[in-house]
Design a binder for this molecule. Structure first.
Ligand code: SAM
Ligand code: SF4
Length: 356
């Protein structure tokens, strides 16, 4: 007899927040090596062998749905480098209770996969893009080509996703042209969101990730710190000022044209623009009281908070085919979800293993 999930499993945490969103890092591999996310050599091989199979992810999501998880996001690493990512989306969208699947991608393979993603139930896509300058793009990603990503964004718009968002990590040390990125929202229905840089990973981990001895665009990443985070308010004012100088500003509150989604961005827009400009202030303005998510790492740990290394491993439960142990892990994750994050906690993981 199945368990009475309604009475036994609640998706409400200790602080009364409803947790209905699971971010799943389906791989820790990536075809890029963004300087703020991953070491130049990629993630150590030992860890690759431990990534969850599709069947294991499906099993976890079935249990998650008993706890009221309705919204999923596939992330990584780069989710589209994992063979069969679109089929995985199809498997997950067939699970009763799952209402919505989104994906976060670097966009390099979106031209190839956009249509198949939609056919398999993915309705929303976020593409990461930090600059429109091809050389700086290559320096940040260490490998990538800007043209591939711009083509991927166009492919996503053509394929007909419900929303296409651009995620830009704003880092003082990078000297990005934020206004040019924000302006992408004028002509096309793109929602460009600026994310405050999070200096996560301990100093040792981050400095090991820096191979470039010298580079012409920005200071060595190992020296980046909290002061390289640009608070959203400062960034919004900067973009608004530049927009006025270019004759398309200022930014106006966009509460009525917020794009679909389950995240904490604050949305603005230029007059008559097709899209919006959003700001995600994970560092300067904690939105922990509205946090609605859990994370599943690529190697099978439930992570209650991005900023804390507290994790609940699911591997043993999966190896034992023990759904009751997976349920217990979800209950523990909900119990342990902190009321607020403490950015000084740091984390031993690379962002690519947690999924952002
Ligand atoms: N590969 C995909 C991509 O780049 O979109 C998905 C994984 S990536 C880890 C998810 C998001 O985390 C991306 O938007 C990326 O820019 C962001 N990210 C990575 N490291 C970050 C950091 N240190 N601070 C803020 N955002 C970061
Ligand atoms: Fe790869 Fe995304 Fe990390 Fe860049 S941010 S290295 S694309 S996982």
């Amino acid at each position: 007899m199945g368990i009475d999930t309604k009475t036994k499993n609640s998706g409400v945490d200790n602080y009364g927040r409803t947790i209905d969103y699971l971010r799943i890092a389906i791989t820790d591999r990536c075809n890029y090596r963004c300087v703020y996310c991953m070491p130049a050599s990629g993630v150590p091989d030992k860890q690759h062998n431990r990534i969850l199979s599709f069947e294991q992810i499906e099993r976890i999501v079935r249990v998650a749905s008993e706890f009221g998880i309705k919204h999923l996001r596939l992330t990584g690493g780069e989710p589209l480098v994992r063979k069969g990512c679109t089929e995985l989306a199809g498997m997950l969208s067939a699970i009763p209770g799952i209402e919505d699947i989104a994906i976060t991608t670097n966009g390099a393979l979106l031209r190839r996969d956009a249509k198949a993603l939609i056919e398999n139930g993915v309705s929303r896509v976020n593409v990461s893009l930090d600059t429109l300058d091809p050389e700086i793009f290559h320096t940040i990603t260490r490998i990538g080509s800007l043209d591939d990503v711009l083509d991927g964004i166009n492919a996503a718009l053509e394929a007909g996703f419900k929303t296409v968002k651009i995620n830009t990590v704003a880092v003082r040390a990078l000297h990005q042209d934020f206004f040019s990125l924000a302006r992408l929202s004028v002509e096309k229905p793109l929602h460009v969101r600026f994310i405050e840089y999070m200096p996560i990973g301990d100093d040792d981990t981050r400095s090991k990730g820096i191979p470039e001895e010298s580079n012409p665009f920005f200071k060595d990443v190992s020296t980046w710190s909290a002061s390289d985070t640009i608070p959203s308010d400062e960034l919004r004012e900067l973009i608004s000022r530049e927009a006025i100088n270019h004759g398309c500003g200022p930014l106006l509150p966009a509460s009525s044209s917020r794009p679909d989604g389950y995240g904490p961005a604050d949305y603005w827009k230029f007059e008559n623009s097709k899209g919006t400009v959003g700001f995600i202030s994970a560092m300067s303005n904690h939105f922990c009281s509205q946090c609605n998510r859990l994370r599943l790492t690529s190697d099978g740990c439930l992570r209650p908070c991005l900023f804390s290394d507290q994790e609940i491993p699911l591997r043993q439960a999966l190896e034992d085919n023990d759904d009751e142990a997976i349920r217990a892990a979800f209950r523990q994750a909900l119990r342990q979800k902190p009321d607020a994050h403490h950015t000084n906690d740091g984390t031993q993981r690379f962002m690519s293993q947690i999924g952002g």
